[in-house]
Design a protein around this ligand. Structure first.
Ligand code: NFE
Ligand code: MG
Length: 502
C-alpha cells in the first residue's frame, strides 16, 4: 500500500526543514528534504566592507556562529596573504572548540535524546532535586490533561518505542537539565577569548583582538574541567546506553557512504590540522581537492546558473520556479553528494590513522560491540559526535597550555583593492566554505557552502538525491502518522536549516 507522510516543519532542529516521505509497503521509497525559507546573506554582503563579513556571516546562525566567523576570516586571510601568530591561532581553536562542545551537547540532549528517552518517566521520580520535581509536576499535568495543544518542548511527541528502563530515563532527564548549564559553561569558555557569545566580537583577519592573559588561561582551564567531567560522566555514557538500547539503529539510515572534511583546528605553519581534511568516495580515501566543488540548482528556488563553482556562484531567488522544492542549493563534489559532519571527520581521521582518533574509536566500538562500517548509521552518527566532543575537549587542555600571555595575538594587514579568497573550515555540523571576491576594496561576491546544505540538499541536476534524502530511503515506518523512525534518521544528522539556506 502506498501513502505519503509530510512533516513540516520537523521540530527539535534549527530552522525550517520539511520532509516528504513516499511510503510503499511500510518502507520509505522516496524522501524529499525542503529548506522552507530564504534568507539572502550572500546578497546582503555585496558591496560592503570586507571587515563586515566576519560579523554579518556570524548572524547566519546562533548555534555555529564561530564557524562562519572563522570561514570568513580564513577567506580574508587567503585574499590578504596573512596568517595569525600562535596566540591568535590557538585562541581561535579554543573559541571554535568551545562552540563544538556547546553544539554537540545541545544536539544530543535538547534535540535528539527525546527521540529515545521517555520523558513520561519523570512522573516516577522520587528524589528531592527541585528542578526535577518541578519537571515532574509539569509533565504529570501535561500528560493527564488531554489538552489539544500540549505545551512544548517535550509534548506532543510521536508514538513509538522509548527507553523502558526507569533509571536510564531519569538519569538522562537529569542530564538534560545539566546540559543547559554545560552549554552556558562552554559559552563562558569561548567568551574568554571571543568577547561574548554566541556572536564573537574578537575574530579578525590575522588573529583575534583579545589579549591573552594569565587570568583568561586559568579561567579557561577551570571551565574546561567542568565540561570534560560532564562529557565523561554523562554525555558519553548516555550515548552508549541509548546505542545499546536501540541496536537496530546501527542498520538504519546508511546513506550514500561518501564523506567530506575540510579539516579543522590548525596546529601551525605545517598546515597540519587536529582533525584532518580528506574525502571518502565509495569507501576509498582521497586527498581533498576544493576545485571540484559545484552547486546545482535544478530543484532549488534559484534562477542562477547551475553547476557553478562557489567562487563564481550567484544567488538569484526564484520563488515561483515550478520544479523546485527547496531553498537549499545542491552542493556536489566531483558530482557526488557528500555527507559532512562529525561522522565524516571521524571516519576520515580513522582511515588516515590519526594517533588520537584511532584508539578512541576502537575503544568505543569495543564497548558497544560494533564494527567501523556500522558507524554509518543513525547510532553511528550519535557515537561519532560524542567521541569527537571528548577528543576536542581533551585537546583544549593542550591548546590552553600553549597560550603565551603578552605575546602578539594578531598579524597586521592591508586590504587589497581586488583579489579573492577561499576559507575552508569545519563547523560542528560539517564542512563549511566561504568564497570571497573583492573589487574597489569592497565585497564584489560572497558565497557560502554550508554543512547542512551538503547534508539536506535536494536532488541535483542529474536527479541524485541528497545525503539525508538517501539515508531516509528504505527506512521502515511502522505508523505513517507517527513516523518516529524517520525523525530519528533526520535528527542524527543534526540539521541546521537556518545555516543551510543562509
Ligand atoms: Ni546553524 Fe552550522 C554548523 C554551519 S550547519 S549550525 O555546525 O555552517 O549548516
Ligand atoms: Mg550558498
Amino acid at each position: 500500500m502506498r501513502s505519503t507522510s509530510v512533516i513540516a516543519p520537523v521540530t527539535r532542529l534549527e530552522g525550517h526543514l520539511g520532509i516528504r516521505l513516499e511510503i510503499n509497503g511500510g518502507k520509505v521509497e522516496n524522501a524529499f528534504c525542503s529548506g522552507e525559507m530564504f534568507r539572502g546573506f550572500e546578497i546582503i554582503l555585496k558591496g560592503r566592507d570586507p571587515l563586515d563579513a566576519q560579523q554579518i556571516t556570524q548572524r547566519i546562525c546562533g548555534v555555529c556562529p564561530i564557524s562562519h566567523g572563522m570561514a570568513s576570516v580564513l577567506a580574508q586571510e587567503d585574499a590578504y596573504g596573512i596568517a595569525p601568530p600562535d596566540n591568535g591561532r590557538i585562541a581561535r581553536n579554543l573559541i571554535l572548540a568551545a562552540n563544538y562542545i556547546h553544539s554537540h551537547i545541545i544536539h544530543f540532549y535538547q534535540l535528539s535524546a527525546l527521540d529515545f528517552i521517555d520523558i513520561a518517566a519523570i512522573t516516577k521520580y522520587q528524589g528531592k532535586d527541585p528542578a526535577l520535581n518541578e519537571l515532574k509536576r509539569w509533565a504529570s499535568f501535561e500528560l493527564s490533561s488531554n489538552k489539544i495543544f500540549p505545551v512544548s518542548p517535550f509534548l506532543p511527541r510521536f508514538k513509538g518505542e522509548y527507553v523502558e528502563d526507569t533509571d536510564l530515563n531519569l538519569t538522562a532527564i537529569k542530564h538534560y537539565l545539566e546540559a543547559l548549564d554545560m552549554r552556558a559553561t562552554a559559552h563562558k569558555l569561548a567568551a574568554l577569548f571571543s568577547g561574548k557569545m554566541p556572536h564573537a566580537m574578537t575574530l579578525i583577519p590575522g588573529g583575534i583582538t583579545e589579549k591573552i592573559t594569565a587570568l583568561s588561561i586559568a579561567a579557561a582551564d577551570s571551565l574546561l574541567t567542568r565540561l570534560e567531567h560532564f562529557i565523561d560522566t554523562a554525555y558519553l555514557p548516555d550515548v552508549i546506553a541509548v546505542a545499546q538500547g536501540f541496536p537496530s539503529y546501527f542498520e538504519i539510515g546508511k546513506g550514500h557512504g561518501h564523506f567530506l572534511s575540510y579539516g579543522v583546528f590548525s596546529e601551525g605553519d605545517s598546515g597540519k590540522k587536529f582533525l584532518p581534511d580528506g574525502v571518502i568516495i565509495n569507501g576509498r580515501l582521497e586527498n581533498l581537492q576544493p576545485s571540484v566543488i559545484t552547486e546545482d540548482i535544478e530543484y532549488s528556488y534559484y534562477a542562477s546558473g547551475s553547476g557553478l563553482k562557489p567562487g563564481n556562484g550567484t544567488t538569484v531567488p526564484a520563488p515561483d520556479k515550478l520544479k523546485a522544492y527547496s531553498w537549499l542549493k545542491s552542493p556536489r563534489y566531483r558530482g557526488y553528494p557528500m555527507e559532512v559532519g562529525p561522522l565524516a571527520r571521524i571516519l576520515i581521521a580513522y582511515q588516515k590513522g590519526e594517533q588520537t582518533v584511532v584508539p578512541a574509536v576502537d575503544a568505543l566500538l569495543k564497548t558497544i560491540g560494533r564494527k567501523p562500517s556500522e558507524l554509518v548509521s543513525v547510532m553511528g552518527r550519535h557515537a561519532a559526535r560524542a567521541i569527537e566532543c571528548k577528543l576536542v575537549a581533551d585537546k583544549c587542555r593542550t591548546w590552553i597550555n600553549q597560550l603565551r600571555p603578552g605575546r602578539d595575538n594578531a598579524t597586521p594587514f592591508v586590504i587589497p583593492a581586488s583579489g579573492d579568497g577561499m576559507g575552508l573550515t569545519e563547523a560542528p555540523r560539517g564542512a563549511l566554505g566561504h568564497w570571497l571576491t573583492l573589487k574597489n576594496h569592497k565585497i564584489d561576491n560572497y558565497q557560502c557552502v554550508v554543512p547542512t546544505t551538503w547534508n539536506c540538499s535536494p536532488r541535483d541536476d542529474k536527479g541524485i538525491p541528497g545525503p539525508v534524502e538517501t539515508a531516509l530511503a528504505g527506512t521502515a515506518i511502522n505508523d505513517k502518522d507517527n513516523p518516529i523512525e524517520a525523525m530519528r534518521v533526520v535528527r542524527a544528522f543534526d540539521p541546521c536549516l537556518a545555516c543551510a539556506v543562509h
